[in-house]
Design a protein around this ligand. Structure first.
Ligand code: NAP
Length: 289
């Protein structure tokens, strides 16, 4: 396929490398042009504006957050986009912005697909992302070859793009809650002289197997929060987005409120750039350790 790709951060850069490897032709744009150089060496065509990336069969975007999306995907960009182009937005953004973007794209004859992903940059580099897609079925069919080059599986959720964003936010809310409880359990165990690693050996081989308890549990046991694979600052963004999505349909998320405050506490102590697992340190500090 002939595609554009906007946003070459930790996730976007790894994704483009795999899309190129699969033989697609990719025009890339990033706010800081230096990040495009390594991809140019792999065969990407570097372009000077988002408008030049909005061409061909489809354009993908992997920007940081709502603010970045609003800065880049302007009304004028959509106005000048070719009719029938597909825009696939893979970032974790708010449900309300996803709804707004779906309407704005439709009014200008551009198809909009939301396809947020699960998996950190190392998973993106291994082309093993889990992709959650929602939007017009035909548009998803057309970009499926690109999804196949970056992910292990694409899950289709529905025809409304924002539904994929709700799935992503609900998943990250559960992830954040699991890390919070791991941190609190670690503080409890520490108070009674039980090693966190001994506890992890028991629970990950019985009632709580899986990558979340194993991966984050190990980081908390080792008090190792750097280098960050998923920054506390980004985790806070996602929990806030889950709370806003819940608020919009009058749904209380009391656990999310607790986790949000723990993440704010981490950021207030200067740990926003550390890994999400720093919630373990927040719980220990509250316990006076
Ligand atoms: P990142 O490394 O911080 O990259 C963010 C990208 O957004 C960069 O290309 C950055 O450009 C661009 N950007 C930020 N503000 C901008 C603005 N105002 N105008 C234009 N461009 C702007 O983030 P990431 O880890 O790749 O994450 C990207 C998205 O994937 C986020 O929505 C995140 O929540 C989601 N996600 C992340 C992970 C993960 O583990 N990291 C996992 C799943 C999903 P510059 O290079 O110029 O700064």
């Amino acid at each position: 396929m002939d595609i554009g790709f906007i946003g070459l951060g930790e996730m976007g850069g790894a994704m483009v490398a795999n899309i190129l490897k699969a033989g697609h032709s990719v025009r890339v744009w990033n706010r800081s042009p230096d990040k495009a150089q390594a991809l140019a060496e792999l065969g990407a065509q570097v372009v000077g504006s988002p408008a030049e990336a909005f061409a061909g069969d489809a354009v993908f975007s992997m920007l940081a957050d709502d603010a970045a999306m609003r800065d880049v995907v302007s009304a004028s960009l959509l106005e000048h986009a070719p009719r029938g182009l597909i825009h696939v937005n893979m970032a974790t953004i708010s449900v309300s912005l996803a709804e707004e973007l779906a309407t704005a794209h439709a009014s200008r004859g551009v198809h909009y697909v939301a396809a947020p992903v699960m998996g950190r940059p190392d998973v993106a580099a291994a082309a093993k992302l889990t992709i959650v897609a929602a939007g017009p079925a035909e548009a998803i069919d057309r970009v499926q070859p690109v999804f196949d080059s970056i992910g292990q599986k694409t899950w289709r959720i529905g025809s409304l793009p924002q539904q994929a964003n709700v799935v992503k936010l609900a998943a990250n809310f559960m992830l954040a809650s699991a890390v919070e409880t791991l941190g609190e359990a670690s503080a409890l165990l520490g108070g009674h002289g039980v090693a966190m690693q001994d506890f992890l050996d028991v629970i990950t081989n019985s009632v709580f197997p899986g990558p979340v308890y194993q991966g984050y549990g190990k980081m908390i046991a080792e008090r190792r929060y750097e280098p960050a694979l998923f920054k506390a600052r980004l985790g806070l963004k996602d929990v806030r987005l889950a709370l806003a999505a819940a608020d919009s349909v009058s749904t209380p998320l009391p656990v999310a409120s607790v986790v949000r405050d723990s993440l704010i506490e981490a950021v207030a102590h200067g740990d926003g750039e550390k890994d999400f697992a720093v919630l373990g340190q927040v719980a220990s500090r509250r316990a006076g350790r």
